[in-house]
Design a binder for this molecule. Structure first.
Ligand SMILES: [Zn+2]
Ligand SMILES: [Zn+2]
Length: 392
């Protein structure tokens, strides 16, 4: 059938979309989109993506459904209280559109989502409520050059930001001193986080989440269609005065987010199965002689040590997961001193640990440095488990 023949097939779920001259339903059904956060904004974005027929939607969230979510979350019902947001959202999407695949990941974007996921998707949509997670998503997207769309809402105001690595200004380029101050509050001395600062409980109306979630999805729709979307820009909406304005971020040459990883070498390794020493053995041929080290993306708290009584407690968790309470010495009730490592040397006594126990996520990309070069490795053995619908 020639391309310019218009036949409306009422059995075709997408027949009305196909009337739009630039629309390409096949592109949408081939697209993979990661949605980070399944709160008020996430619900709207996910609903839209399912209606559009985006072929593979991945949703990550670590929360469970509470009664107060029900006024702003089209995918949740009262009977779902206590269940995980990611799982319930995924079920609702499959019900809304049985032609799509949905992967639910009940987890924390800071620690549980490998860079392989960020690399495999066409677009990442951030539906987050805190700067730390946004900064993490930003740096992850830059490492693998995946565009991402940030959304933020407050009361009846909102903002949408599109970032297109590696060339546009990024989320961090637009961060102010105050943003850094608020992020660093979480890591105040002795570098252990304070749980109650974890996320702001910002009041929002469901109307603004529909609007901002709609705009985010529409920007994603354009990106999937390779329609030019200006990156490094914010669209700000003032819902009281009904004003929209656009603002452009300055590309900062000294911005710490602009690191882009080279193409990784794929290994049939899994974070939960293989150890650091097995990884060093497998990658040795890429480096020749000399010491190797795994450069950790997530700072690892190995132990907390009490200077008062000498108590030493093993932790082995990424810094982002170590709560203030775990930093206390159980004997003296004093703040203990964390031992934090940023890399694992090939002669370290941690090499017998599983990669997962070193804070490396399933399907992650691991950076290994030798004396003269660096190379990245994809833990490809995790792909099927992480990207499947059964995950969660
Ligand atoms: Zn930047
Ligand atoms: Zn003590």
């Amino acid at each position: 059938m020639p391309d310019d023949t218009f036949i409306i097939d009422d059995d075709d779920r997408y027949s009305r979309f196909r009337l739009i001259h630039w629309w390409d339903q096949d592109r949408l059904s081939r697209a993979k989109i990661l949605v980070v956060g399944a709160g008020a904004l996430g619900n709207e974005v996910l609903k839209n993506l399912a209606l559009l027929g985006v072929g593979h939607i991945l949703v990550v969230d670590f929360d469970k459904i509470e009664k107060s979510n029900l006024t702003r979350s089209v995918l949740f019902r009262s009977r779902d209280r206590g269940r995980t947001k990611a799982e319930v959202a995924a079920e609702a999407l499959r019900d809304l559109n049985p032609h799509i695949r949905v992967t639910a990941i009940h987890g924390n974007v800071l620690t549980d989502i490998g860079l392989g996921v960020f690399r495999d998707v066409n677009v990442v949509i951030g539906c987050l409520d805190n700067r730390e997670s946004r900064l993490w998503v930003n740096r992850s997207c830059w490492k693998v050059t995946t565009p991402w769309i940030d959304g933020g809402i407050e009361v009846i105001n909102g903002v949408v930001k599109v970032f297109t690595p590696p060339d546009s200004a990024c989320y961090e380029c637009g961060m102010t001193e105050n943003d850094y101050r608020l992020i660093n509050l979480r890591y105040s001395c002795p570098l252990l986080r304070q749980e109650d600062l974890q996320s702001g409980k910002v009041p929002t109306a469901p109307t603004i989440s529909s609007m901002i979630g709609g705009l985010q999805t529409q920007e994603a729709l354009k990106l999937v269609h390779a329609i030019k979307v200006p990156g490094g820009e914010a669209l700000v909406y003032n819902g009281v005065a009904n004003q929209f304005y656009r603002t452009r971020y300055q590309h900062r040459d000294d911005c710490l987010s602009h690191e882009t990883y080279p193409e990784p070498v794929e290994l049939p390794f899994r974070a939960g199965t293989h150890t650091a020493s097995e990884l060093f053995a497998a990658v040795r041929e890429h480096f020749g002689e000399g010491r190797l080290q795994i450069v950790l993306d997530r700072d690892l708290v190995v132990s907390v040590n009490c200077d008062q009584c000498g108590t030493n407690r093993r932790v082995m968790k990424p810094l982002a997961l170590v709560a203030m309470s775990q930093g206390m010495c159980p004997e003296c009730n004093e703040m203990a001193r964390p031992e934090i490592v940023h890399s694992i040397e090939s002669d370290s006594d941690l090499v017998g640990q599983k990669l997962g126990d070193l804070g490396i996520a399933p399907y992650d990309i691991v950076r290994v440095a030798g004396c003269h070069k660096e190379q990245t490795f994809l833990l490809g053995g995790d792909r099927d488990a992480v990207m499947s619908e059964g995950n969660g």
